[in-house]
Design a protein around this ligand. Structure first.
Ligand code: DC
Length: 234
């Protein structure tokens, strides 16, 4: 089952779903198994957010400034490292992307239509330069790559997602309150799925997988099998 598909020119696999559904880890490992590149589009929204915080821009009250900085950002991934490091304005922002300050502010920035336009265009450009790609986010199958060869939509129960997030935080030496995290996850889902531009939705032609009762390896194996089946049935 480990053989590489004979899709030498073009293979876009999209993984969408809410925070904590396991998308990032799954997408990264799936990309490794398929021997294709991996794009974390959440990192791009986080990158713009980090730039705003570094320039004392408040995303809620200064959307014009957010737009100005997003236009100047020149987001650029270093594909030589795994996962790819994110640079903006020549600065490596990777370490900052997962900070709590960025995590708290990012959904406000992801709700801004003009910012989404800039990042959707940047993602399509990346898709052209890296046509063999597993890409994960909220709108990859629905908006950015509607022609993707395979689309997945990952879900998991909020309590399970909160538990996973709490474990990650504790492993990073941080304190974690699972109930509070669960509440924040539900709020973030609501924000992400009710925004006007690029809301979190399941594309009609996506395969939905509930990862609540599955291990990371099981999910990766399952998705890999589906991709292989699709490619051999084309
Ligand atoms: O997947 P993540 O937690 O790194 O995403 C960070 C934020 O960016 C989250 O609020 C959802 C948003 N996002 C988005 O709106 N569209 C994407 N394609 C990726 C992320």
């Amino acid at each position: 089952m480990n053989q590489t598909p004979n899709f030498t020119d073009h293979l876009i696999v999209t993984l969408d779903g809410p925070a904590g559904s396991g998308k990032s880890a799954v997408a990264r490992q799936l990309a490794q198994r398929l021997e294709v590149d991996f794009l974390d589009t959440g990192a791009m929204y986080r990158g713009i957010t980090a730039l705003c915080l570094n320039h004392d821009i408040d995303p809620m009250t200064q959307p014009d400034k957010v737009l100005e900085i997003a236009r100047k950002a020149e987001l650029d991934f270093d594909w030589q490292v795994d996962p790819p490091a994110l640079y903006a304005m020549g600065q490596n922002l990777t370490e900052q992307l997962r900070s709590s300050a960025v995590t708290l502010a990012v959904s406000g920035i992801a709700a801004l239509g003009p910012i989404r336009e800039i990042l959707v265009e940047a993602q399509r450009k990346i898709g052209k330069a890296h046509p063999r790609l597993v890409t994960e986010g909220r709108d990859q199958g629905s908006v950015v790559f509607p022609e993707a060869e395979v689309k997945f939509y990952l879900v998991a129960k909020p309590q399970v997602r909160a538990k996973r997030r709490a474990l990650q935080m504790r492993q990073a030496g941080q304190q974690a309150d699972e109930n509070l995290i669960c509440k924040q996850i539900v709020e973030r889902d609501h924000k992400d799925s009710t925004r006007k531009d690029g809301p979190l939705i399941c594309p009609d032609d996506a395969v939905t997988i509930d990862t609540s009762e599955m291990t990371l390896n099981q999910v990766v194996e399952h998705l890999h099998q589906i991709v292989m089946q699709r490619l051999t049935n084309v």
